[in-house]
Every structure is written in structure tokens, then in C-alpha cells.
Design a binder for this molecule. Structure first.
Ligand code: FES
Ligand code: FES
Length: 166
């Protein structure tokens, strides 16, 4: 029997009915049509389904939609205003941090969460943090470069914001 849930997705309130066994990724893709979140394995290994749940990066194939009741979810579609790219997305573009792009939404969501949690992350930290996100195309080198560029932009923007607020 479907159960009601209420959550915020990309800043908008959402009321929905879900089956108790509906995964969060299924809810996002099939009910909300937010298909930027990908499914690569369904077994919590590849990271393609990574989204933010209350600001933390999680694998949305590894949680039920009902468990997100009352939470704030951000998907790749919610990162930046329409027509703009988040600095991390821009960095992946600039640094050729993708080829087929299948892993990219999850990579970007994981990378942003890493920089938010650890603004001074080293290249080794980045490689370690992204070990739950698999890419079959790039060899990872350009992904790490992209995350470093995105990190610089995000940290710089946060500093400028703090100065402006003084
Ligand atoms: S689809 Fe969720 S980790 Fe692969
Ligand atoms: S760019 Fe193809 S899987 Fe990563």
C-alpha cells in the first residue's frame, strides 16, 4: 500500500505517494522525472546515483524514498540556476573530467560534498573520497584535476561571500 511522504527536492516542496519498497533513486527518476541521477548498478557500488540528503552525499539506490520523508534532497538538476553551471560542473567541463558522462552527475555531487566537508582536501583526499564513484572511461586523472579546479572556485566564492557579508 502506498504511503505519503513530504520532502523538499531542489528547493521545492514535494508531496507524494510511494510504495514502501520504492528506492529514492526510483522516486526521483520515475515519479519526479529527474533523470540526471543515474543508475549504474543498483547495489551501492558505482556512485552514479549520488545525491545530497540534508547536505550529505548519499547513494540514492541505497535508501528508500520513505526514508527521505521530511528531508531536503538535492539532485544534479538543483545545483545551479537554469542556464548556468555550478563551479564544479564548469570545472568538469573545463578539465575534460568526463567522456561518456554517465558517472558525471554522481561524481559532481560527491565532489561538492567533499569540498563542503573538507575545503582543504588534497589530491589524495579527493582520490580517496571518490573511491565510491566508478568511471569506466576517463582513468580518473582529469576528474581529480576537475575537482581541484572546482574546489578552488568554491572556496574562493565562499571567501568572497564572507568578506561581502562583513
Ligand atoms: S546505482 Fe547507486 S551506487 Fe550504483
Ligand atoms: S565518463 Fe564515462 S563512466 Fe565516467
Amino acid at each position: 500500500m502506498a504511503i505519503p511522504i513530504r520532502l523538499t527536492v531542489n528547493g521545492k516542496a514535494v508531496d507524494a505517494q510511494v510504495e514502501p519498497n520504492t528506492l529514492l533513486v526510483q522516486f526521483l527518476r520515475d515519479q519526479l522525472r529527474l533523470t540526471g541521477t543515474h543508475v549504474g548498478c543498483d547495489t551501492a557500488q558505482c556512485g552514479a546515483c549520488t545525491v545530497h540528503l540534508d547536505g550529505r552525499a548519499i547513494k540514492s539506490c541505497n535508501i528508500l524514498a520513505a526514508q527521505a520523508d521530511g528531508c531536503a534532497v538535492t539532485t544534479i538538476e538543483g545545483l545551479a540556476p537554469e542556464g548556468e553551471l555550478h563551479p564544479m560542473q564548469q570545472a568538469f567541463r573545463d578539465c575534460h573530467g568526463l567522456q561518456c558522462g554517465f558517472c558525471t552527475p554522481g561524481m559532481v555531487m560527491s565532489a561538492i560534498a567533499l569540498v563542503q566537508e573538507m575545503p582543504g582536501a588534497s589530491a589524495d583526499d579527493i582520490r580517496s573520497h571518490l573511491d565510491g564513484n566508478l568511471c569506466r572511461c576517463t582513468g580518473y586523472h582529469n576528474i581529480v584535476r576537475a575537482v581541484q579546479q572546482g574546489q578552488t572556485a568554491m572556496v574562493g566564492a565562499a571567501a568572497a561571500h564572507a568578506i561581502a557579508a562583513e
